[in-house]
Ligand binder design. Structure first.
Ligand code: B1H
Length: 792
C-alpha cells in the first residue's frame, strides 16, 4: 500500500524537526527528514516487541561486543519494513534521487572488520527470527579511522560520524549507571568490599534493530562514558578553567575512540578500561532487568544468555561473580556456577598476538577485586580438576582466553576447521578437561543486506525463478538448481552481473577517475591488510602476470581488473608497506600502454561496509588466499559466493565449507593445507627454494627489489623483499606457484561463458547455508537455549 502522503511526512519532518525550509534544504537535510519519517514507522513495532518480551518473561540473548560494524541504517530499515516503493515514490515526488539520499548517510563504523560485521549480521538475524535480544557495546565518538593515500602511503584521519545528527539512536537519560576503577579492597564484617578510586557514568543510547518485514525489533544499546558530576563550577569560578573541564574530559576518553588494531597487538590501559566499562555497565543493566521482572537469582541462567564476542568482554566472568557474590550475597561457588550458566564465549582467532593477556599489575591497579576473584576462580577450577595444569595467570599476566573458557558453559569456534584447531592447539588442555564445552558455529551473513538489498538485480532474478521466500529462508536457493540448466536463466544471470559491473565501472570512473573495461574479469580482494591474508601474494602474482604479458603482448590474455581495498592498523608497518607496494604497482602497470588493455590494478581508499556493498555484487572472483590455518572463518568469502563470485582460495576457515557446498569444480583451490604449512615452515630455506624453483616469482621479487615500481626510491622495498626471501612465516613464496596455476585455471574458465556462468550461478544456488539465520539457530539450540517469541 503506497501512502501518497509519505512525501508530506518527510516534508513535515524537514520543517518541524529540522526547522528547515524545503526551498533551502540540502541533501543531508532531506536524508535526515526521510530517516525520521522511516523511523516513525518502526518505533511502534520496536516498543511492542520489547513489551512482548517482557510480558512473556522470555529468555533474552545478550550479545556483548566491543564492535558492531553496522554501516548504514536507513536502507536496512527501508528494506526490512518493505517501504522501498513508497520511499521511491515519495522521493521522486520531491525531486530527489533515492540512491543519492541513501548514500548520503555515513557508515556507523564501530568495528574493525569481520568480528564487528558478524555482530551486526547477528543483530539483524536475531530480529528477523524474532529472538528477544540486546546487543551491548560502546558508543565510540570516533569509529574506525578514515583512510586516504598520499603518494601511495596510507594516511589515517579521525572518523567523526557523530558530528551529524544520528537519527537512529535514542539517548536514555534514565539509564545511567555508575562504575568504578582502581582503589582497594577492604574487609568489612568478614566480607570483601571494593572501594573504587575513580568513578564514571555509563550512559545508554538505544538503536532499534528491525527484522525482516518489521515483525520484530531488538535493541542495540551502546554506552558512552560521562563524568559523575557535570562541570566543576567552583574551580571555574576560581579561574581554573582547564581543571574545571578535566574530569569530564577524562571520563569521556573511555568511549572516545575505537582501537583500530584488529588482530594485531594491543595491551593498552585505556583498552582494558573500555572493556571493563561496557561489560560492567551491560551486566548491571542485565541484572536490573532480571530483578525488575522478578525471580530468584539462581534462576538467572534461565533468563539470560550472555554471549562474549571474543575475549574483549571476558572480564564479565569475574564481574558477574562479584555482582552475585559480593553485592548480592550468593555463596562464591554458587556465584561461579550461576555466572557460568549464563556465559558463553566465541573465539575468533588463534593468532598468538591477538590472544589477550593483561598484566597482573595493571589488573590489580585497575580492578583489584577482579584480580582476587580471578585467583579464586582459578583455585576452584584447579580443585575440580586435580592433576591438570591450566592456570589463568602465567608470567605475571592474566590469560583472557583461558578465563573466558573457564567461566563459560559453551565455547565456540567460527568454522569447522577453526574449531578443530582450537581443540588441538590453544585450548587443547582445557578441551581435555571439558570435552563437551567446545562447539562449532560456522559464521554466516544476513541475506537481507548482502543479497536482497545490495544486489537488487540478482534478487529480482532469483525471486522471479523461485518466489521471495528465500529472503528469510536462504536454503530455498537450492531450488534454483533446475534453473542452472536453463540457458535463459543463465543468460539473465550473466546479464545481471554485467549490469552490476557496468555500474561499478561507471562509479570508478566518476569517483576515482579510473577507466576499466566492464567485460574484464573483476578480481577482488577486500579485507583488512594483514600478512596472513596475503595481499602480497596477490600483488606478486599481478607483477608476474604483467611481466608475462609484456614479454608476449599479443598472447591470448584474459583481461583482468585487480581490485584491492582494506585498512592497515596504524602501527602495523609491514601491512602499510603492502598497501604502498600495491599502489606503486598500480601506478606503473596502469600507465603501461603495452599491457593496460589486459591488466589494471587499483587500491580503493577507505574500505567500509558501504564500499563492500558496492563491490561484492560486481565481483567475478573472490580472493580468499590466507595461509591455511590462520583465517578463523572469513565472512566476505560467503558474501562473494552468494553473489556469484567463485572463490580462488586455500583450505582455510569457512572456505573449506564453501567448497564442500558449491562443489570442488566450482572453486579454485590452491595451496598447502594447515598441516602442510607446519611441515613446510620447519624446512630450512623454504622461501629461497620456492623462489629458485619458480622464475616468475623470482622475476617479480627482483623487479620489486630493483625499484621497478619505486623508480625514485629504488631501495624502498628492500626490507619487504628481505622478509619474503628470509623467513616468510606466512609462506607466500611456497604457495606462489600453486596460486599462479590456479589463476590460469580461472582465466580459462572465465574465457568460456559456457563454463563460467553455470559456475557462478552454482555458487549462488549452493551457499544458502551461509545465512546468519542458520548460524543464529545453531547458537539458540546448542548454546543459548533461547527461542523466538511470537510478537502478537
Ligand atoms: C577476527 C578478530 C579481532 N578474529 C582483536 N579476531 C581485535 C581480534 O581490536 N581487536 O582487538 C579485533 C578483531 N577478528 C575475525 O573474526 C577473524 O579473523 C575472521 O576470520 C572471522 O571471520 C571474523 C568473525 O568471526
Amino acid at each position: 500500500m503506497i501512502d501518497a502522503r509519505f512525501s508530506d511526512t518527510i516534508t513535515r519532518h524537514l520543517i518541524y524537526a529540522l526547522g528547515t525550509d524545503p526551498d533551502h534544504a540540502t541533501l543531508r537535510d532531506w536524508r535526515i527528514a526521510l530517516s525520521l519519517a522511516v523511523r516513525d514507522r518502526l518505533v511502534d513495532r520496536w516498543l511492542a516487541a520489547s513489551h512482548a518480551a517482557r510480558k512473556a518473561g522470555a529468555k533474552r540473548v545478550y550479545y556483548l561486543s566491543m564492535e558492531f560494524l553496522i554501516g548504514r541504517l536507513l536502507e536496512d530499515a527501508i528494506v526490512n519494513l518493505r517501504l522501498e516503493d513508497e520511499v521511491r515514490a515519495a522521493l521522486s515526488a520531491l525531486g530527489l534521487s533515492p540512491e543519492a539520499v541513501i548514500q548520503d548517510e555515513p557508515d556507523a563504523a564501530l568495528g574493525n572488520g569481520g568480528l564487528g560485521r558478524l555482530a551486526a549480521c547477528f543483530m539483524e538475524s536475531l530480529a528477523s527470527l524474532g529472538v528477544p535480544a540486546i546487543g551491548y557495546g560502546i558508543r565510540y565518538e570516533h569509529g574506525l579511522f578514515r583512510q586516504s593515500f598520499v603518494e601511495g602511503r596510507q594516511v589515517e584521519e579521525p572518523e567523526d560520524w557523530l558530528t551529524q545528527y544520528h537519527t537512529w539512536e535514542f539517548k536514555r537519560r534514565n539509564v545511567r549507571l555508575r562504575l568504578c576503577f582502581g582503589g582497594e579492597v577492604v574487609e568489612e564484617a568478614g566480607k570483601a568490599v571494593w572501594r573504587g578510586a575513580e568513578a564514571v557514568m555509563a550512559q545508554a543510547h538505544d538503536t532499534p534493530m528491525i527484522g525482516w518485514q518489521g515483525r520484530w525489533a531488538n535493541t542495540l544499546r551502546l554506552w558512552s562514558a560521562e563524568p559523575l558530576h557535570g562541570f566543576d563550577l567552583d574551580r571555574f569560578n576560581r579561574g581554573d578553567y582547564a581543571a574545571a573541564a578535566e574530569a569530564e574530559a577524562l571520563a569521556r576518553t573511555i568511549s572516545r575512540v575505537l582501537y583500530p588494531d584488529d588482530t594485531t597487538e594491543r595491551g593498552k590501559e585505556l583498552r582494558l578500561k573500555q572493556e571493563y566499562f561496557f561489560t560492567a555497565a551491560s551486566l548491571q543493566d542485565i541484572l536490573h532487568r532480571f530483578e525488575d521482572e522478578g525471580g530468584a537469582l539462581a534462576d538467572l541462567p534461565k533468563k539470560a544468555a550472555i554471549q562474549l564476542n571474543d575475549t574483549h568482554p571476558a572480564i564479565a566472568g569475574p564481574e558477574l561473580v562479584r555482582l552475585l557474590h559480593d553485592e548480592r550475597g550468593m555463596p562464591l561457588d554458587q556465584a561461579i556456577e550461576t555466572a557460568r550458566g549464563c556465559l558463553s564465549y566465541t573465539n575468533h582467532t588463534l593468532m598468538p598476538e591477538a590472544l589477550e593477556c593483561w598484566s597482573e599489575d595493571l589488573m590489580t591497579r585497575l580492578l583489584p577485586r577482579h584480580m582476587q576473584l580471578i585467583e579464586r576462580i582459578d583455585a576452584a577450577h584447579a580443585a575440580e580438576n586435580p592433576g591438570r595444569k591450566v592456570a589463568l595467570t602465567a608470567h605475571g599476566e592474566v590469560r583472557m582466553g583461558e578465563l573466558a573458557f573457564v567461566m563459560a558453559h559453551k565455547v565456540n569456534g567460527v568454522s569447522a576447521l577453526h574449531t578443530d584447531l582450537m581443540k588441538q592447539t590453544v585450548f587443547a588442555e582445557l578441551h581435555r578437561m571439558h570435552p563437551d564445552r567446545i562447539v562449532n558455529q560456522t559464521n554466516g551473513v544476513t541475506p537481507r543486506r548482502w543479497l536482497f538489498s545490495a544486489n537488487p538485480r540478482l534478487s529480482r532474478l532469483i525471486t522471479g525463478a523461485i518466489g521471495e521466500g528465500w529472503v528469510c529462508d536462504l536454503d530455498q536457493l537450492e531450488t534454483l538448481e533446475p534453473s542452472l540448466r536453463d540457458p535463459a536463466f543463465l543468460d539473465a544471470y550473466a546479464t545481471a552481473k554485467r549490469a552490476n559491473k557496468a555500474d561499478l565501472a561507471a562509479w570508478l570512473a566518476e569517483a576515482h577517475g579510473i577507466t576499466v573495461d566492464p567485460e574484464a574479469l573483476f578480481d577482488v580482494q577486500i579485507k583488512r591488510i594483514h600478512e596472513y591474508k596475503r595481499q602480497h601474494l596477490n600483488i606478486l602474482e599481478t607483477i608476474a602476470l604483467w611481466r608475462e604479458i609484456k614479454a608476449n603482448p599479443n598472447g591470448p590474455w584474459v583481461p583482468r581488473v585487480k581490485i584491492f581495498a582494506g585498512k592497515a592498523a596504524p602501527g602495523y608497518a609491514f601491512a602499510k608497506e603492502i598497501i604502498h607496494l600495491i599502489n606503486d604497482v598500480a601506478t606503473v602497470v596502469n600507465a603501461d600502454p603495452e599491457t593496460n588493455r589486459f591488466l589494471k590494478v587499483m587500491f580503493l581508499p577507505n574500505y567500509n561496509v558501504s564500499l563492500a556493498e558496492r563491490l561484492i555484487p560486481a565481483a567475478d572472483l573472490s580472493e580468499q588466499i590466507s595461509t591455511a590455518g590462520k583465517e578463523a572463518s572469513g565472512t566476505g568469502n560467503m558474501k562473494f559466493a552468494l553473489n556469484g563470485a567463485p572463490t580462488i582460495g586455500t583450505l582455510d576457515g569457512a572456505n573449506v565449507e564453501i567448497r564442500d557446498r558449491v562443489g570442488e569444480e566450482n572453486f579454485f583451490l590452491f595451496g598447502m593445507t594447515a598441516e602442510e604449512t607446519e611441515i613446510r615452515r620447519a624446512a630450512p630455506d623454504h622461501a629461497r627454494q620456492a623462489i629458485a624453483a619458480d622464475t616468475r616469482l623470482g622475476g617479480a621479487l627482483k623487479a620489486v627489489s630493483q625499484g621497478v615500481f619505486s623508480p625514485r626510491d629504488r631501495h624502498r622495498y628492500r626490507g619487504f623483499v628481505g622478509n619474503l626471501t628470509g623467513h616468510d612465516y606466512f609462506l607466500v613464496c611456497s604457495d606462489f606457484t600453486a596460486y599462479w596455476d590456479a589463476q590460469r585455471r580461472v582465466d580459462a574458465a572465465f574465457a568460456d561463458p559456457g563454463v563460467w556462468w553455470p559456475m557462478a550461478a552454482r555458487n549462488t544456488a549452493r551457499t544458502g547455508w551461509f545465512s546468519s539465520d542458520r548460524t543464529i539457530r545453531g547458537y539458540m539450540a546448542d548454546i543459548w537455549g533461547a527461542v523466538p517469541i511470537d510478537p502478537a
